[in-house]
Design a protein around this ligand. Structure first.
Ligand code: NZQ
Ligand code: ZN
Length: 380
């Protein structure tokens, strides 16, 4: 096991009716900026619950943070927050609103342009932020990462900001999610675990089994969550699985991959494809091309998650990669680039971008532009 420091300060407040706790959770005397997406929280009653809970508090609202939040919009939020001297941020929405709010939190205390913070990869000082989560997928409610797009150049990069002070997770807020968002959220959760698990075997039994626990749970609940998004117990398990998949817990002392994500972010930047939908495609190419390097873990994953035993090791790996792809298909997502009308032009652009930046991703740092091309070609 490798050395590590684990420090996750986010307080989780989980369950029905917990939005009512907001006044106790946010210190008195704060000027609070509430940040929102395009309006789903008005339609499902979450906005009403938040403003009712915060009645009498000093509030500033900012609407319009897009899915795949843009620096162009976030600059406006930062300007408003500076003008109104905001000193607490409450993101009410999914990963995009939360990620965008992490950039606002850093931008409020930064004199230059917000895109500098994204390019640096690390925020300096930040204003405290908290969240009311309405879409489970990214784990942003309990991690310090954020992914920001710059629409004018079709770029999308991650940076590290601060952890939310607290996050309210009420599974009932997920009842209004469209099925495709649930499918993309389950796919994102599943691939977050694979990015931290599908690397080198025998690093930590404990991390492996925590990761496998989340994978098993997602496989078990996926059909139920897609059939009835108003089933409280199922949505609770989905919500907590997504948070635990990317809150630093399953990565203690083990190597990580993240190449699938980096390639997926490019597909979103270039085509606007939803994040989870990009992963459902790219992960299959990653496993096909890197099957030699990931051999031990593929055999373990096949046996423990999909019950694949018997036959030669090569046959078992073939069946495991097929089972993995079938899972994403069962969510109703595409697993091939061609199904999304994406081909050589995009592959060439991603290869060019990775090569120009000198990027090398993955647990072996061997996913460069040429390897990204091979992975994408294996997804056609
Ligand atoms: O904007 P509104 O109207 O709120 O609609 C949203 C949006 O259109 C809607 N929605 C959210 N909650 C809803 C709802 N609709 C009905 N009922 C509800 N309860 O869903 C749409 C998608 O929301 P979004 O926040 O974009 O989804 P998600 O949570 O999947 O976030 C995706 C973003 O997070 C980044 C992705 O790259 C992408 O930009 N990621 C962030 C990570 C992190 N911070 O650690 C890691 C991830 O790997 C990921 O890269
Ligand atoms: Zn993700």
């Amino acid at each position: 096991m490798n050395n590590f420091i684990y420090h996750n300060p986010t307080k989780l407040v989980f369950g029905k009716g917990q939005i009512a706790r907001l006044p106790k959770l946010i210190p008195a005397g704060k000027r609070i900026m509430l940040t929102f997406g395009g309006g789903s929280v008005k339609r499902n009653g979450v906005y009403d619950q938040v403003v009712a809970a915060l009645e009498g508090r000093d509030l500033v609202e900012f609407w319009g943070i897009e899915a795949n939040p843009s620096v162009e919009t976030l600059r406006e939020a930062i300007a408003l927050g500076k003008e109104r001297k905001v000193d607490f941020l409450l993101a009410v929405g999914g990963g995009s609103v939360i990620d965008g709010t992490k950039l606002i939190a850093a931008g409020l205390l930064y004199d230059g342009d917000a895109w500098d913070i994204v390019l640096k990869g690390q925020a300096g000082k930040t204003v405290p932020l908290a969240t009311v989560l309405t879409m489970s997928a990214t784990g942003s409610e309990m991690n310090s990462g954020a992914v920001i797009s710059r629409y004018e150049t079709k770029e999308k990069y991650a940076f590290y900001g601060d952890y939310p002070v607290f996050s309210i997770l009420d599974p009932e807020t997920l009842y209004s999610l469209p099925k495709r968002q649930v499918a993309c959220g389950l796919a994102d959760t599943f691939v977050h675990v694979l990015e931290q698990y599908m690397t080198t075997p025998h690093q930590s039994r404990l991390m492996d089994r925590w990761a496998e626990g989340i994978l098993h749970t997602v496989v078990e609940i996926a059909p139920k969550a897609l059939a009835d998004e108003r089933d409280y117990d199922t949505m609770s398990e989905y919500m907590l699985s997504a948070t635990l998949a990317l809150n630093d817990m399953i990565r203690m002392g083990v190597t990580q991959d993240w190449a699938t994500h980096m390639i997926g972010h490019e597909l979103t930047a270039l085509h606007g494809l939803t994040h989870g939908a990009t992963l459902a495609i790219v992960i299959n190419g990653t496993l096909r091309v890197l099957r030699g390097q990931k051999r031990g873990k593929l055999l373990q994953y096949g046996e423990r998650i999909w019950g694949i035993a018997g036959g030669s090791e090569e046959e078992r790996i073939d069946r495991t990669i097929a089972a993995n792809e079938a899972f994403f298909r069962s969510l109703g997502l595409s697993t091939r680039l061609s199904e999304e009308g994406i081909g050589e032009e995009t592959i060439a652009e991603i290869e060019r971008r990775f090569t120009a930046a000198g990027d090398r991703f993955g647990e072996a740092q061997n996913v460069d532009g040429a390897m990204a091309r091979r992975i994408l070609e294996a997804c056609l």
